[in-house]
Write a protein that binds this ligand. Structure first.
Ligand SMILES: Cc1cccc2c(=O)nc(N)[nH]c12
Length: 375
């Protein structure tokens, strides 16, 4: 058995139920039980929650972001403050995205060349350039455990030629990221692109597989395509990815998308949905979503759900509705807690169902609850 020093990153598959995998992803900051959901902590904080509360929801790994943290406060300041773990207080594994998605979604007037991307900061309009090498330099200064390679994300739908060129560039950039690595305690995950073209996705996954990354992400989805299209791409891509490496579906998704992803062999997920919707008065439960500003909850004395975390379950729906109507800070905090805990409970249930080889039954039970629940 090789020590964790020689192989600080290792994915161990424990059980399978159909294509659903139960595993453990070992990192220098501890193991991650998979399938796992990673809360998004873009600017070094999961919005609205003190970091101990994030841990209390059951999360084992969180996200940070290269684009945001390099613009503010700057990766050298984060490094001088001890790196992202000490900076944020999160002691477990941290994954940082490379900035590839933010160039496409946030930056202004981005120009992409083979060298990298040049764009204007969305904060102060200053000119920024981000190359594969620069992205890795930032992520190594941040000190995350997993660094995503810089990829060229294009909007969908798009011309086949544009998608193909961005996919080929992403493969070349992934190799450049690998060459730029200097830290043995940071793993890089490659990102499969290729739009909604199954053949291009398979080609991209095979090319990146040749480069032997410690983990593989499926990117370029959850960018507006219909869910069945995303599932079709997963059906084509997952089987081609190395079976002994973690598979991470970026930016996904709703609770049903997580189960559909797990059914197809995905191990890791991240999404702003539970936190962003929590701040906007939407609660995820086994009976579907509750929009707490709805007048029907005004005198509803029930908790959000019987399985809500105690800090949330102690309050009525009517009280939480009041908090949102009064624009009190506690409203977004309570529903962020509710939604992150719900996503973690869903992952824990999925892990147990895979262990007991009954994932399909678990999937059907959850889908029925969400379909038939009282909104
Ligand atoms: C955060 C995110 C969501 C969704 C897709 C992507 C992607 O394709 N590439 C990167 N680097 N990040 C993504």
């Amino acid at each position: 058995m090789t020590s964790t020093i020689e192989r600080p990153f290792r994915y161990e598959k424990l059980q399978q139920s159909g294509k659903a995998r139960r595993g453990v992803f070992h990192t220098p900051h501890g193991p991650v039980q998979t399938p796992a959901f990673m809360p998004v902590g873009t600017q070094g904080t999961v919005k609205g929650l003190e970091i101990g509360l994030v841990r209390e929801t059951g999360a084992e790994m969180i996200l940070g972001n290269t684009y945001h943290l390099s613009l503010r406060p700057g990766e050298q300041i984060v490094r001088e403050l001890g790196g992202l773990h000490e900076f944020s207080g999160w002691k477990g594994p941290i994954l940082t995205d490379s900035g590839g998605f933010q160039i496409f979604s946030l930056a202004q007037m981005a120009k992409i060349t083979e060298e990298g991307a040049v764009f204007r900061s969305h904060i102060d309009g200053s000119k920024i350039s981000l190359s594969p090498e620069r992205s890795i330099e930032i992520q190594e200064a941040l000190g995350s455990d997993v660094a995503m390679v810089l990829d060229h994300v294009v909007s969908l739908p798009n011309e086949a030629k544009v998608i193909r060129e961005a996919c080929d560039r992403s493969i070349r950039w992934a190799a450049r990221c690998q060459q730029a690595a200097t830290r043995a305690d940071q793993a890089q995950f490659a990102i499969v692109q290729g739009g909604l073209d199954e053949n291009l996705r398979v080609y991209c996954a095979e090319e990146l597989g040749e480069l032997e990354f410690p983990g593989y992400a499926i990117g370029g989805l959850s960018v507006g395509e219909p869910p069945p299209e995303m599932y079709r791409i997963l059906d084509a891509t997952c089987p081609v990815l190395p079976a002994d490496r973690p598979r991470y579906l970026m930016g996904v998704g709703r609770p049903e998308d997580l189960l559909e992803g797990i059914r197809r062999g995905v191990d890791l997920f991240d999404c702003v949905m539970p936190t962003r919707n929590g701040r906007n008065a939407l609660a995820f439960t086994d009976e579907g979503t509750l929009r707490l500003r709805n007048a029907k909850y005004q005198t509803d004395r029930r908790p959000i759900s019987p399985t809500s975390p105690e800090r949330v379950r102690q309050h009525s729906r009517g009280y939480i509705r009041h908090l949102f109507m009064a624009k009190e800070m506690l409203g977004p905090i309570l529903l962020t807690l509710q939604n992150l805990a719900y996503y973690q409970q869903l992952m824990a249930g999925a892990r147990q169902a895979i262990e007991e080889d009954r994932f399909e039954a678990f999937y059907e039970q959850k889908m029925n609850g969400w379909r038939n629940g009282d909104e």
